[in-house]
Design a protein around this ligand. Structure first.
Ligand SMILES: Nc1ncnc2c1ncn2[C@@H]1O[C@H](COP(=O)(O)OP(=O)(O)OP(=O)(O)O)[C@@H](O)[C@H]1O
Ligand SMILES: [Mg+2]
Length: 1010
């Protein structure tokens, strides 16, 4: 049997892979690049080979289909043969290596095999065709031609792994604990560069893969290049996991879609930067992203134990460190083993995130994370035994290597590589086909090698062919990870040639390692990585300043020409242009990268990139262009700080952007937009007067410039309405809402406008709620939900909870609980922490209403814990007040008092009138229980005033009833009864049955007393 492989030269790597895999299966395959001998006539030989073959495997891709040259001719020759064969015989096997629909006409009747989605599965199918005969004949090339090869092919020889028994045992024990207890564990490996941390971990992982096939292993890696790109190692981890056997990307995507939607972008590549507006209801906190990841991991580990290996943690971005810490705190009761390697000096002293790293590491170790330190080098004799199993090396040679390297693993490997390169050690093949190694030079010659690792590497590079050295240089400018495509463009050589050279660098020199083909923004790229980062640094450091600058410029321009959509590589571009001293481009790309990071909620990285962008701009003269960039940077900084909760900074940056915008020729909408952003920040800070000023400023600008009614007007108006609601001017707010809805209806309906309408209805619901018109508020909320679910992907969890709250006030507890559950389910899936707190608060209230005070205490305490963690003032003060009332119901008066004071304290930080009134009412109730009449009277009175002004009739009537209860205790019956009757009238008007009932009870009590 012989399989002829036909392919287009762009698909060479794919063809080679199949060729290798077939050879490994003992199947003879024919590939021109491997088997066409020097001097042979190409066309005739190929015709002969096709005729001699039992099968013809044609790799179909957009390249091979469109190409005129060989693949088409080969296919024609094969079709000629095919036509003469009986139909039952399989000869021609079309294999699609790309997802495309247009099959060549001639092949339309032959069933193809797909190799692009799942290579392994496709390859197995091919074997089914080829293997029935079990033809295990060895490939004839093996002996004679191997000798012709210029360089030894090292790719199949296993990596030596010397010593490290103790380290390995420690890691296995830790994993065993995870398996036994089914609880997560964190394991750090620390040691200086090149001691062997990565090799140790990979060895451990390969043992696990062999012994415990059910364990899922995912890898992620940090690098200097990605220090400003948030969550990169975890994104790697997910992508890596998707490729694992027995798991697969479909299953992963399903889980991510369900419980970690914010991570979809991290798996499927880039999606549009989200530009949703700041508002109290949107949840953009990075905490959500962390919760989602934690949930996803827990879900994955439910079915199979998981190992997460994050390498080079010393270069981790800040967000990844925070996520790691989050996981250490919140991932519970599932078998996940984290293993992470880092260099201590970089991590804890010189690294840009050193303080954060130190803090997180110390905390994690306190909480039980294990750390193992690698200090000792490897035994060179052991290394030699593994790497050169058959050798006649004199002991002096091995001793010499031990002496100069002191067993530093990386150094040892390079010394022997150099000796191979220079022929100090050479191999001959024995009769069994095994290489036997011997020393071919004298001690004088072998000891003439350089004495430091850098020099050894330098010597190796000096000795290699020019084109290889050039490729390495280019690669070093791109970074630790680089692509064949970029090098090909930069060097103006064929991609195919680059791949060949890289193959030599991989197989013979072991300096680079193929990482596979990845899709980068609709472009396919073949990724490679320096086997060790040191190689990259060394080569890069050899470049003169001038060369570096030029290469970076070329690199930047090359990336620009390769990718039209650049957000995902903006960080790299900023770096290259900075090194090229092209500061304007550097600043622009840093800003673009900041926006990209923010779209993934990586606020810290976004902020750092903005700062860099400002530094780059600082080197340029001020002009309209740079000022405009500066304004955009300030806007980004405002945006990021808002979402990370630094409201004062957010306001400052937005204000800077606003003042710059006024000196630039910028359209009025943009300026009004900035005003609205600042207004929203003021709202969160509780600076309502200031908020009003900015809203008015925004409106004024639109007015002055005669901007016709549109989205920005709606935004400003909504801000204004919400502000009126906070002030308690609900009737005014209601009027404005009606007008706004009418105006919006007149506009041409775009999806964006529709989405905004959803928001208007929600605000309407809120205002109606404030006006105690609960049934109507539910209708408005439902309208909002139906619009939002139709037009946007925004979560409706918050609105469901709003509905629950309306039902609560109506005393319809079962409906309330149903909606809490619905809202909670969605909030949990989206990891929405704010809403999780809100849901628990509502549940606490409902439980208290049902007389289950103890259970209410639990829910409310949990609500407060969550809300305090994210500093969500709204969701802290309300539950504190209700918690106090639950304690009151349990007669824990002193505890109730403590709690309610906290509630009032938080409420006053956000002068939202309804919360203030609610907490003051609760405070006064507790004071009544303490018989502190004076304080109670005063606080009831304030609550009454607030509710009255806000038109909150339900709350007002309730406070009146509570006040009446106090008066009864004091013996002031007449006044009490009057108040109760007023309250009763209100409750009847509002149709609140449960409140009527309660009030009736109190009235009865009063009358009995009378
Ligand atoms: N146990 C070992 N046996 C044999 N060779 C080893 C061993 N450990 C490491 N090496 C050799 O040393 C090189 C460097 O090791 P490795 O990449 O694991 O270092 P590291 O500690 O991860 O360094 P860094 O901090 O730079 O990531 C490897 O490429 C390998 O050639
Ligand atoms: Mg390493």
């Amino acid at each position: 049997m012989k399989v002829f492989i036909s392919y287009s030269k762009e698909d060479y790597k794919f063809a080679k892979r199949i060729y290798d895999n077939l050879s490994r299966e003992g199947i003879i395959a024919w590939l021109d690049s491997e088997d066409l001998l020097p001097g042979q006539h190409r066309k005739n030989t190929i015709r002969q080979e096709i005729e001699d073959s039992t099968h013809f495997l044609v790799l179909l891709s957009s390249n091979s289909i469109s190409e005129k040259g060989y693949p088409q001719k080969e296919l024609k020759m094969a079709l000629d043969i095919y036509d003469q064969l009986p139909e039952s015989e399989i000869f021609l096997i079309p294999a699609r290596i790309e997802d495309f629909k247009a099959m060549p006409m001639e092949l339309k009747d032959i069933h193809p095999v797909d190799l692009f989605s799942d290579y392994e599965a496709g390859f197995k199918k091919i074997l089914k065709v080829l293997k029935p005969e079990q033809n295990k004949k060895q490939h004839p090339r093996s002996e004679s031609e191997n000798e012709c090869l210029k360089a030894p092919d090292l790719s199949e020889t296993p990596q030596p792994f010397v010593g490290r028994e103790n380290d390995l045992q420690k890691i296995h024990e830790a994993l065993q604990q995870v398996m036994n207890t089914r609880k997560p564990r964190f394991f750090f490996i620390q040691g200086d560069f090149g001691v062997g941390k990565t090799v140790l971990t990979e060895h451990f992982l390969s043992e696990v893969a062999a012994q415990l096939p059910s364990v899922l292993i995912g890898r992620g890696k940090c690098a200097i290049e990605t220090e400003l790109s948030g969550l990169t190692p975890f994104s790697h981890f997910l992508n890596n996991l998707a490729k694992q056997k027995g798991f697969g990307s479909d299953k992963l995507l399903e889980i991510i879609r369900e419980v970690a939607p914010a991570w979809i972008n991290f798996i499927t590549g880039f999606s549009e930067a989200s530009e949703s507006r700041a508002s109290k209801h949107s949840s953009f906190s990075q905490e959500n992203v962390f919760v989602q990841f934690t949930n996803a991991l827990a879900r994955i580990a439910k079915t199979q134990p998981v190992i997460v290996f994050i390498d080079d943690l010393h270069w981790a971005d800040g967000s990844s460190l925070s996520l790691l810490f989050h996981l250490a705190q919140y991932l519970q009761n599932c078998p996940v083993f984290f293993i992470s390697a880092y260099r201590p000096v970089e991590a804890m002293e010189t690294g840009s995130n050193a303080p954060l790293f130190r803090e997180i590491r110390a905390n994690m170790i306190r909480q039980g994370a294990t750390e193992s330190e690698m200090r000792i080098g490897i035994d060179v004799a052991g290394y030699v035994r593994q790497k050169y199993p058959l050798n006649t090396f004199p002991a002096e040679l091995v001793g010499y290597a031990q002496k100069i390297t002191e067993g530093h693993a990386l150094f040892v490997s390079q010394v022997f590589s150099l000796w191979e390169d220079t022929g100090v050690i050479v191999s001959e093949t024995n009769s069994d086909g095994q290489p036997v190694w011997k020393m071919a030079k004298t001690p004088d010659e072998y000891s003439a090698i350089p004495k430091t690792l850098s020099e050894v590497l330098e010597e190796r590079i000096r000795l290699m062919e020019d084109n290889l050295r050039d490729i390495l240089t280019c690669a070093s400018v791109e970074g630790e990870d680089f692509t064949a495509q970029v090098i090909a463009r930069l060097k103006k050589i064929e991609e195919y040639e680059v791949c060949e050279s890289l193959e030599t660098l991989e197989r013979r020199y072991r300096l680079v390692q193929e990482q596979g083909t990845k899709q980068v923004c609709a472009k396919v790229a073949d990724f490679y990585r320096f086997v060790h980062r040191f190689f990259r640094e060394h080569i890069y450091n050899q470049l003169s300043k001038g060369k570096r600058r030029i290469l970076h410029k070329q690199m930047g321009e090359c990336l620009e020409s390769l990718y039209s959509e650049r957000s995902h590589i903006a960080g790299q571009l900023a770096f290259h242009f900075k090194e090229a001293h092209e500061m304007l481009k550097a600043a622009q790309y840093a800003l673009m990268a900041a926006q990209f990071e923010q779209s993934r909620y990586s606020w810290v990285e976004g902020e750092k990139l903005c700062e860099f962008s400002l530094i780059f701009l600082g080197e340029l003269p001020d002009n309209a262009e740079t000022m405009q960039i500066r304004m955009n940077i300030f806007e980004r900084l405002g945006f990021g700080n808002y979402y990370s909760g630094n409201l004062s900074d957010a306001k400052e940056y937005y204000s800077k952007a606003l003042s710059l915008s006024q000196n630039l020729e910028i359209n009025a909408e943009k300026i009004a937009d900035l005003c609205d952003y600042i207004a929203v920040v003021c709202e969160r800070k509780g600076g309502y007067e200031e908020m009003l000023n900015y809203i008015n400023q925004g409106k004024q600008i639109l007015n002055d410039n005669s901007v016709s009614f549109g989205a920005i007007h709606i935004e400003l108006e909504l801000s204004w309405i919400l502000l009126q609601e906070r002030f308690g001017n609900n009737n005014l707010a209601m009027q404005a809402l009606h007008k706004l809805l009418a105006d919006t209806d007149k506009l041409i309906q775009t999806p964006k406008l529709e989405g905004m309408k959803g928001r208007i209805y929600r605000v309407k619901g809120i205002v109606l709620w404030d006006l105690s018109r609960y049934m109507e508020s539910i209708v408005a909320y439902q309208q909002a939900i139906s619009i939002i679910s139709r037009t946007t992907t925004d979560s409706i969890a918050g609105i469901l909870l709003d509905i629950a709250e309306s039902y609560l006030k109506l005393g319809i507890i079962d409906e309330c609980l149903v909606h809490i559950q619905k809202g909670q389910d969605i909030a949990q899936k989206t990891g929405d922490v704010d809403l999780a707190a809100y849901a628990r608060f509502l549940e606490g209230e409902a439980l208290l209403r049902l007389g289950k005070a103890e259970e209410a205490v639990n829910e409310l305490t949990e609500a407060i814990t969550i809300a305090e963690r994210i500093d969500a003032l709204w969701y802290i003060s309300y539950p504190y007040a209700t918690l106090a009332l639950s304690h009151l119901a349990l007669s824990n008066i002193e505890t109730a008092y403590q709690k309610v004071l906290r509630g009032v304290e938080y409420a006053e930080k956000i002068p939202y009138q309804i919360i203030v009134g609610y907490t003051l009412d609760a405070l006064a109730q507790v004071e009544t229980a303490k018989q502190d009449w004076e304080a109670a009277t005063q606080h009831f009175q304030r609550a009454v005033d607030i509710h009255q002004k806000a038109g909150q009739r339900n709350y007002l009537a309730r406070t009146q009833r509570h006040l009446a209860e106090m008066l009864l205790q004091k013996g002031e019956k007449q006044k009490a009864i009057e108040l109760l009757q007023t309250a009763m009238t209100t409750f009847k008007e509002l149709n609140l049955a449960h409140e009527i009932e309660k009030t009736q009870k109190v009235l009865k009590k009063a009358e009995v007393l009378k």
